[in-house]
Design a protein around this ligand. Structure first.
Ligand code: PMP
Length: 399
């Protein structure tokens, strides 16, 4: 008899049940459920259907994921290149579409070069791990997105986490230690709070200390700045030799994927060294084709970005939340149970909103995350007003 069959069966995953129970008791259990059909984009037959949910939870800020030209761009790419990219970007995973998309991204944002990754997460991991190592320093805002946090950890650089938007702390961190290369990294529009990093002041500090500024424009591409060119373009910093940006294609561009933007030497270095570029399968052609079409729409319809910011200000006023820099309105309610309850009330009133709890946000600041879209109608906004009144009370005095 095999010796193992006589022993009691070990239960190496037995701790998962008690872990799940503790999370349940703290109101922190996460669930995955299929998206309910929403009230659709212009041209969608379900547009305005009151039985459909109004989506204020997703990141489709410009409503482009359903735009007929974006869908057509994806379909054409599928037909031409197939469903998958078939390999690493360095082997078979680069189509002419990937190159066209990189040129269009660089042109739109005002940088000299772009490199497309399979996701924004992969772009963030790639850029920080390739540009820093054990002799180097990364100064990171305490509210940076999880992908930047993970990138800092993987880089093996010294990491100093500074208080949110604290430019003096950044300067002090750069002054404090000896380093070979230093990077200051920040979200531009913060994903859970909706505020904008002090980019001009950060750049002044970075330049005076001989460091590099890396800015994650995931929530500002397509939303902030003239024609949605991003917060760096708005601040006159796009294309500067000591500035690098990352973007996602999965929010305002309505597709999927990510990119790093910067000087050509950065692009070349990432091709040589970024593990998330080299060892990941290239972005699917349909995603590249859809993103390229979305960029075309953004270029020819520069007022789309103004529309989403106007709606975001309106939604903020309905909730009593601070007016945001971009599309993201953050309605802080406190304990997780309260945020979960408010989210459910919104849903019962036909409005889907995001529910952010620790560890995504600090304890005591659980919140509704309400994402504006450029294509909201007056009827949509009235529905949102009813839902917020029921879920959180009158603006300024959340019940
Ligand atoms: N950065 C920020 C600020 C984000 O919010 C996200 C997505 N939530 C990412 C990076 C990752 O982008 P992607 O979803 O394309 O991987």
């Amino acid at each position: 008899m095999h010796p193992h069959t006589t022993k009691a069966v070990a239960d190496p995953l037995g701790w998962l049940d008690s872990h799940a129970r503790r999370r349940e008791e703290a109101g922190l259990r996460r669930v995955v459920r299929p998206r309910a059909p929403d009230s659709g984009a212009p041209g969608d037959p379900a547009r305005g259907d009151p039985t459909r949910l109004l989506d204020l939870a997703g990141n489709d800020y410009l409503g482009l994921s359903r735009h007929p030209e974006v869908i057509e761009g994806g379909v054409r790419a599928l037909r031409t290149w197939g469903a998958g990219s078939t390999g690493s970007r360095l082997v078979t995973g680069t189509t002419t579409l990937h190159g066209d998309l990189e040129d269009a991204l660089a042109e739109h944002t005002g940088f000299a070069a772009a490199l497309v990754f399979a996701s924004g997460y992969a772009a963030n991991l790639g850029v920080l791990t390739s540009l820093t190592g054990p002799e180097d320093l990364i100064v990171s805002d305490e509210r940076n997105h999880a992908s930047l946090v993970d990138a800092c950890r993987l880089s093996r650089a010294q990491v100093i986490i500074v208080p949110h938007a604290d430019v003096e702390a950044v300067d002090a961190a750069l002054a404090e230690r000896s380093w070979q290369h230093a990077v200051v990294v920040t979200d531009s529009v913060f994903s859970a709070d909706g505020d904008l990093a002090p980019l001009a002041a950060l750049h002044t500090v970075v330049r005076s200390r001989g460091a590099l500024l890396v800015v994650d424009e995931a929530h500002s591409l397509g939303v902030v700045g003239p024609g949605g060119r991003g917060a760096l373009a708005d601040a006159g910093l796009a294309g500067e030799p000591d500035v690098v940006a990352t973007v996602t294609l999965s929010k305002a561009l309505g597709s999927q994927g990510g990119a790093v933007l910067g000087p050509p030497a950065v692009r070349a270095h990432l091709i040589d060294t970024a593990r998330t570029f080299i060892f990941d399968t290239g972005l699917a052609p349909a995603c590249a084709g859809a993103a390229l079409a979305a960029l075309g729409i953004l270029t020819t319809t520069p007022d789309l970005a103004d529309g989403v910011r106007r709606h975001a200000r309106h939604l903020a006023d309905l909730t009593g939340a601070p007016r945001p820099a971009g599309a993201v309105v953050s309605v802080v309610l406190g304990e997780p149970e309260r945020a979960v309850r408010a989210t459910e009330i919104c849903r019962a009133h036909g409005v889907a909103v995001g529910c952010f709890r620790p560890p995504t946000v600090p304890p005591g600041t659980s919140r509704l995350r309400v994402a504006a879209r450029a294509n909201l109608t007056a009827t949509d906004l009235a529905r949102a007003a009813d839902a917020f009144a029921a879920a959180i009370g009158a603006p300024g005095c959340p019940g």
